[in-house]
Unconditional design. Structure first.
Lengths: 251, 838
């Protein structure tokens, strides 16, 4: 998943994560997935208050290193940035459970070759909570030597958590994989941002990794996943979420 | 090369061996003084710069030293090893190399000289390239990229061991770009192989010939100059501006209004060359001409995106004299000599006096006869610009851009290429690099950081040692870590960064358009194709095409004849207006006596402007303010080119934002800048909150510029180029040549991450330097701001002025940036609230 969407927010999220500004709860937007209350956080994570569960998708840790292994020496700072934002959102909600929805690492060997100082940060973040690593297509072998449990999917709190959304219509699913982004158009101007996509029955999460691109909601890979009548894109703004109805994207 | 000339009785003591004197005699010619002069200096072992106008026999002059030397060389005995390259010819254009092969082939054949001449370009088939390595020709005609590839191979020292001359054609054009930097580094390497190597530079007239003379000889110690031979200009061209019966449009670039008159001109001449500034303009003009081509005149199209086979067919037809007209972009800009062109038509403004002279030089190609050219301005400001360019050409004014220091991204590519050829010593390579003119001032620290960048990315967080591309050996030499690195280098060599392109394949239309096997029409930028929906029609390769869809790396199109081309192609100006021309245009605006030379309707336009508003004096900057709709506008007329105006627009909106003027957006053209806001700008300026003097103060180039540059999409685009050229991201990956878009990662994301964590990284340093010279045109802006200090004239109006009309028509074509993005999101989100509450 490379491409343009969500490109502005990676750095912004990092900047906010390293700032000490207090969090305004109205900056997040509230929704419900199959009746389960959920909060879309501007950092790109989903919080389920009833079970104190924090969900993130597509961290793509060590993406820079994965490219470096192939001879493209991309900056090694993506892991640091992503973990910094993750640390900030965990501090914000102090969740009991953290679910990472797959593509936690950009390639198969990413987890095994993770430098120690990154590993230590993850260990510190996971202390005192349950951590579930769902496997994705980039990292099908699970998360080596990291705290928590690896799983292909998780059924919990009335919801199903998996990496790739099921092709047929389902209720109560939280998935990642697609890196959804949406484009708002007004008076010949357009703005494209990563987004949470939900029609109330299922939720597809934005990619959390700072060096990940996005796929537009209108792309055929997303066709048929949602009831477009009730589809809402919770778009990641500079420091808050903007919920925009699918039909209102093109004004 | 086919023009008669008189023998100079006091010919210099050049040695012109047989059969050359006889050949000149049978042709009824005599060698020209400058040709013999160059020959004699070359025979003395010197490097020479030849500056001469088109049609002066420059090419023959450049090759005479090589041809005479080769003619005298003893024959190769049977069993003797093949000799290497004797003369290397490098031109900026593939087409030029092919053209020279043709033109040089004639005298060589007529004199039956035992000289093999071959081209080697990106279009040369692999088997021919391999054969050339084993059996090299005597004269190899090639491009800077191919030279980079040749020197990056292990057998380069052997291949070039017999090299005597390097002929650099169109040097004035090469030296101003990163390709020039790549070439300079290549030349330095050749000099290391062959210290006695002589360089012969061929150039059109330039403002600073010494810059080119330094370029041709090693700069250790700095300051060395090649010899110079300058030939005075030929006959003055006859240039006119098309006087149309139609109304000249306010804005736009198509010049559609003038098509019937252009067609008439084609009919009245033998062969016409039509130049335009962009590919899309070429497509449009070609299409429009064929729509009224009732005589079915053979009119062809030529631009760099067309399939190579198609380009070669057009070139052959042109040479054979079977075409009446050819519509072309800059691919034909340089010294190509294609037969009997008796008219050059330039559509759109030429943007620079030197460029105009160059293009007009195409007509006739005979120094002693005047060239004939017609300028066709596409809009009213272009009328002024054409007029100014025309005056300039008569005056022989030169406005070639100044040379800039060698780019660091190009250096990174060269460093990797050096390691691919053989293990290198950093000390020796640094000395070699500094002998190239563009890199003479390169600090050792920057060089070392580039080597470190090539090895491991050069990051402060040193986690990539195990993935290093080059490593120091025990004896202190740098060598490539594995053969894959060299393979990657070879696939990505060069400094021309293309947007990802897709092949365009012609198929039968309708359902099941997947039927493969139709002809390939050329390549189009992926970003353009992605905006299309199946069924959309657009112009390409001289046809109206219907978009069918994208499969893998190919775009399928079908015949859209009979349909209108619905989707316009981006048609913005490609070149900024030169500083010199800008000044001429301002002078013309200020002086009503000069308007007599303008078409009546344009003069009227200026008169009405004078009545309704004012026309600025030559050195003044006019700023008009007026309300329109629910917005308040300011329009400034600096005439400094779109890039400088764009930078100015970004900086002004930041300041207006702080002043509480609530600016909403801006648009820039080559001539003017318009900013609009929610507050009454005219009122604010009159009250001095802020004053115009304060608003345009030069200090905007300090903090504001730094802050803005960091966010600018222009900087991101510049970064992408640097990242590709330096080898950080690749255009092509081994085994995946066709699907570059799937292996690359968004350069914008990389930029963001790098800037956050390591703002002083060497590649960001290179990006900022590039942007300040290039896309942002900061130096130009700085000159302008200092020029207009205390000379800003404010005119508050109650409605739009005539001069403002062209730029106001451009509004709505730009995308939003920065702060305004979240406002747009908030607006869309409010819809949802309204819906829920209503």
């Amino acid at each position: 998943m490379n491409g343009a969407g969500g490109r502005v927010t990676g750095r912004m999220r990092y900047a906010l994560a390293t700032a000490d500004a207090p969090f305004d709860p109205h900056a997040a937007s509230r929704t419900a997935i199959a009746g389960v209350e959920a909060v879309c956080d501007p950092f790109g994570a989903l919080y389920l208050p009833e079970t104190r569960t924090l969900v993130v998708a597509d961290l793509h840790l060590e993406k820079g290193a994965a490219f470096a292994r192939r001879g493209n020496l991309l900056p090694p700072y993506d892991t640091l940035s992503t973990l910094t934002v993750l640390g900030a959102v965990i501090a914000r909600y102090d969740p009991r459970v953290v679910v990472s929805l797959g593509d936690n690492f950009h390639d198969r060997v990413g987890a095994a070759l993770l430098p120690d100082f990154f590993r230590e940060r993850i260990v510190a973040m996971a202390r005192g909570r349950d951590w579930i690593w769902i496997s994705g297509n980039h990292d099908p072998d699970g998360a080596a030597d990291l705290p928590g449990t690896s799983a292909d999917e998780l059924h919990f709190a009335g919801l199903a958590f998996r990496h790739e959304p099921t092709a047929v219509a389902v209720s109560g699913e939280v998935a990642g994989h697609l890196h959804p982004s949406a484009t708002v158009r007004r008076r010949d101007k357009s703005v494209r941002r990563a987004c949470f996509a939900t029609d109330g029955a299922r939720m597809v999460m934005p990619a959390f990794g700072v060096m990940t691109g996005g796929l537009d909601l209108r792309h055929r890979a997303l066709a048929g996943l949602f009831d477009r009548q009730s589809l809402v894109a919770h778009m990641l703004g500079r420091d808050r979420i903007y919920p925009v109805r699918y039909a209102s994207l093109i004004g | 090369m086919s023009e008669p000339a008189r023998l100079d009785p006091a010919s210099p003591p050049a040695r012109l061996p047989p059969p050359f004197p006889e050949w000149f005699a049978t042709k009824g010619w005599a060698p020209r003084a400058h040709q013999l002069d160059l020959l004699s200096r070359a025979q003395e072992g010197k490097s020479v710069l030849l500056i001469a106008p088109t049609g002066a026999g420059k090419t023959l002059a450049g090759f005479l030293p090589a041809l005479t030397d080769l003619a005298e060389r003893p024959k190769r005995r049977p069993g003797e090893a093949h000799r290497g390259i004797h003369t290397l010819y490098i031109s900026p254009l593939k087409a030029l190399a092919v053209d020279i092969e043709r033109n040089l082939g004639k005298p060589v054949a007529e004199m039956a000289l035992p000289i093999a001449i071959e081209t080697r370009t990106g279009d040369t088939p692999v088997h021919k390239r391999q054969r050339q390595k084993l059996v090299p020709p005597d004269i190899l005609l090639t491009t800077p990229e191919q030279l980079a590839l040749l020197i990056a191979s292990a057998d380069a020292p052997r291949f070039f061991a017999g090299l005597r001359y390097v002929v650099l054609d169109e040097l004035h054009s090469l030296v101003t770009s990163k390709r020039g930097h790549l070439l300079a580094l290549g030349l330095a390497r050749l000099r290391r192989f062959v210290p006695s190597l002589q360089a012969i530079g061929l150039s059109a007239t330039v403002a600073e010939p010494d810059e080119l003379r330094r370029w041709l000889v090693p700069q250790n110690p700095p300051g060395g100059l090649a010899d110079i031979i300058a030939v005075a200009g030929g006959a003055k061209p006859e240039i006119s501006i098309l006087e149309s019966r139609e109304r000249v449009p306010w804005s736009g670039h198509s010049a559609r209004y003038a098509i019937p008159e252009v067609y008439e001109a084609i009919r009245k001449h033998r062969t016409t060359l039509l130049f335009v500034n962009t590919r899309s303009q070429a497509e449009l003009l070609f299409q429009e001409l064929w729509q009224i081509n009732e005589d079915s005149l053979p009119i062809a199209l030529h631009h760099g995106s067309l399939d190579v086979g198609q380009r070669r067919r057009v070139e052959k037809a042109m040479e054979a004299g079977t075409l009446r007209a050819i519509v072309a972009t800059s691919t034909l800009d340089l010294g190509i000599d294609w037969g009997d062109v008796d008219l050059v038509v330039h559509v759109g403004a030429p943007k620079g006096a030197s460029r105009l002279a160059q293009r007009i030089g195409r007509a006739n190609h005979r120094m002693d006869e005047p060239s004939k050219a017609i300028l066709v301005p596409a809009n009213r400001f272009e009328v002024l610009e054409c007029r100014a360019a025309l005056d300039a050409n008569y005056l022989g004014a030169q406005d070639t851009p100044p040379l800039v220091a060698g780019a660091l991204d190009v250096l990174a590519q060269h460093v990797l290429g050096s390691a691919c050829a053989a293990p290198f010593s950093a000390d020796a390579l640094y000395e070699e690099v500094r002998s190239a003119a563009p890199y003479v001032g390169l600090p050792r620290r920057d060089f070392d950081r580039i080597v470190d960048f090539v090895a491991t990315g050069g990051y402060a967080l040193r986690t990539y040692e195990r993935y290093a591309r080059i490593r120091p050996t025990k004896d202190g030499l740098w060598r490539v870590s594995n053969p894959r690195v060299a393979q990657q280098y070879r696939l990505n060599v060069g400094t021309i960064v293309e947007s990802p392109m897709l092949n365009v394949r012609y198929v039968r239309g309708g359902r099941g358009a997947a039927s493969r096997g139709g002809p390939m029409l050329g390549k189009i930028e992926e970003y353009f194709l992605e905006t299309l929906a199946p069924g959309d029609t657009f112009l390409f390769a001289g046809k109206v095409l219907r978009f069918e869809g994208i499969r893998e790396s190919e775009c399928y199109v079908s015949n859209g004849a009979g349909l209108d081309a619905k989707v316009p192609v981006y048609a913005g100006g490609k070149f900024p207006l030169s500083t010199y021309l800008a000044d001429q245009v301002r002078a013309m605006l200020a002086d009503p006596r000069k308007w007599g030379a303008l078409p009546g309707q344009v003069a009227d336009w200026l008169s009405i402007q004078k009545d309704r508003s004012i026309l600025p004096k030559r050195g003044d900057l006019l700023v008009e303010t007026f309300p329109r709709g629910s917005r308040f506008f300011m329009v400034a007329y600096p005439f400094e080119g779109r890039l400088a105006h764009q930078t100015l627009g970004m900086l002004l909106t930041r300041r207006l934002e702080r002043a509480g003027a609530r600016p909403l957006g801006f648009v820039a053209t080559d001539y003017a800048l318009s900013v609009w806001a929610l507050e009454d700008l005219g009122h604010l300026f009159r009250r001095g909150t802020p004053s115009l003097g304060r608003l345009f103060d030069e200090d905007m180039l300090g903090d504001d510029l730094d802050a803005w540059m960091a966010e600018s999409w222009l900087l991101k685009r510049t970064f992408r180029n640097c990242a590709v050229i330096s080898g950080l991201i690749e255009q092509r990956h081994p085994g995946k040549e066709k699907t570059g878009r799937q292996v690359t990662v968004s350069a914008d994301l990389i930029y963001d991450v790098l800037r956050t964590h390591e703002p002083d990284h060497i590649l960001l340093q290179a990006t900022r330097a590039d942007a300040a010279n290039g896309l942002l045109d900061v130096s130009r802006l700085a000159e302008m701001l200092s020029r207009v200090r205390g000379r800003i004239v404010h005119k508050a109006l109650d409605r739009i002025s005539p001069l403002a009309v062209p730029i106001m028509l451009e509004i709505g074509k730009e995308s939003v940036a920065g702060e305004a993005q979240d406002a747009l999101l908030a607006e869309a989100a409010e819809d949802l609230v309204a819906e829920a509450m209503g």
